[in-house]
Write a protein that binds this ligand. Structure first.
Ligand SMILES: *Cc1c(COP(=O)(O)O)cnc(C)c1O
Length: 397
């Protein structure tokens, strides 16, 4: 007998739960594409994306998913045959590099770990060897959604500077924007990209890129540019060109509502909420791990993402747990990806999530472990509650 009926909960690391306010904002008639409402919507979204990326650089909004924003970022600053260095820490930076290869970029992957952050010293030493500055860009994810690793964006910037290297620094923030601190300008990031369906709690279908002056300088000579992604045409004063055609109106109304929610809560408060809910999740998994059949993937707490936690499974099929939580409890977990395929499930705590939602996901996992007789340390959900109750005070401190 299942107890899954009720509001279904997505604990997948994208797409994530869409707030009712965002869904309702999209329930409206289509408009002629040049109305003051649509023009104003475009202007405020581009300005608020600057606040989200923490940049005074230029922002761009595309009708695409994260893969599209990857391509937008690459084609605007690179030329065929340019070399880029991809800093691996799981699946996603490597995936970005694969897209670069496909369009004629020479991609070198700096090998990394699936359970630890990119090592800034390794980056510095590789860049020092590149005396002629053949490497035109360094690509890294802030959070690798497959491994649950969070990279130190500022530390890698310092490594690039220590090597006195001129490469553009390009960051994928799809699984970290509005989940963890990101400071594009203060951290010296030249190009950053993200998408709508993770921390931004909106329907999949919008991609974002932010770029500074150095990136726009590279853009002037980049020969991989194509019309749809092209920054120059999107900087035209003509509204129509800002979208290279009809704006994705309804997605934009949804995004407007989601950004309003983020700024009403306060961006720092949003980061803090994610960090607390991630800590609760880590506390639960650490407790379950005492049974020797489950483990956190990332050992170093400071290198764990605030948005997603992969849980390694030993001696049992992870799909059994996710099948149980979905069919019996109405909670959909993420599966393992890449090296962790068939070896992990992932609990996302990203976007529109609060204590009962995350505690509910954890309780559903714990229920599955009990029902399926999977050895585990007891009291994981209680440990998560203890973590939150120690951190959350009624005075709001
Ligand atoms: C989800 C994700 C992507 C890909 O986004 P899509 O919208 O699925 O194309 C890229 N990078 C990271 C870090 C992600 O988490």
């Amino acid at each position: 007998m299942s107890v899954a009926n009720g509001r279904a909960l997505l604990a997948t690391p994208g797409p994530t739960n869409i707030p009712d306010r965002v869904l309702q904002a999209m329930m409206r008639p289509a408009e002629e594409l040049h109305t003051p409402t649509i023009i104003d919507l475009t202007t405020t979204l581009l300005a608020d994306l600057q606040k989200l990326f923490r940049t005074s650089g230029q922002t761009y909004l595309y009708a695409c998913n994260g893969h599209g924003a990857w391509e937008a970022a690459l084609t605007n600053v690179l030329s065929r045959g340019d070399k880029v260095l991809v800093l691996a820490s799981g699946r996603f930076a490597v995936g970005w590099g694969e897209m670069a290869s496909f369009i004629g970029v020479d991609v070198e992957v700096l090998a990394g770990s699936w359970s630890a952050a990119v090592d800034p010293a390794a980056v510095e030493s590789r860049l020092r060897q590149d005396r002629d500055h053949k490497i035109k860009a360094v690509l890294m994810v802030q959070v690798d959604t497959a491994s649950g690793v969070a990279n130190d964006v500022l530390a890698v910037r310092r490594a690039i500077d220590a090597a006195q290297h001129s490469a553009l620094y390009m960051i994928d923030g799809v699984a970290s924007l509005a989940c963890m601190p990101f400071e594009m300008d203060a951290w010296g990031v030249d190009v950053a990209m993200s998408a709508s369906q993770k921390g931004l709690m909106t329907s999949p279908g919008l991609g974002f890129v932010a770029a500074n002056d150095k990136a726009h300088k590279a853009h002037e000579t980049a020969n991989l540019r194509t019309r749809y992604w092209d920054w120059t045409s999107r900087r035209s004063p003509l509204h129509y060109m800002k979208h290279c055609g009809t704006p994705p109106e309804h997605l934009m109304f949804g995004l407007r509502a989601s950004l309003d929610m983020i700024f009403e809560e306060g961006l720092e408060a949003v980061w803090k909420r994610h960090s607390l809910l991630a800590g609760a999740t880590h506390a639960a998994v650490s407790r379950w791990a005492e049974g020797q059949c489950l483990a956190l993937n990332v050992d170093e707490p400071a290198q764990r993402a605030s948005s997603v936690t992969p849980v390694l499974t030993k001696g049992f099929e992870p799909g059994k747990v996710s099948e149980f939580t979905r069919t019996m409890c109405g909670v959909t977990l993420g599966g393992g990806l890449g090296d962790l395929s068939g070896k992990a499930f992932r609990i996302a705590h990203m976007g529109h999530v609060n204590a009962p939602m995350v505690l509910g996901s954890l309780a559903a996992v714990e229920m599955a472990l009990q029902a399926l007789d999977i050895p585990h340390g007891s009291g994981g959900t209680a440990a998560a509650i203890a973590h939150l109750s120690a951190a959350v005070s009624p005075a709001g401190g």
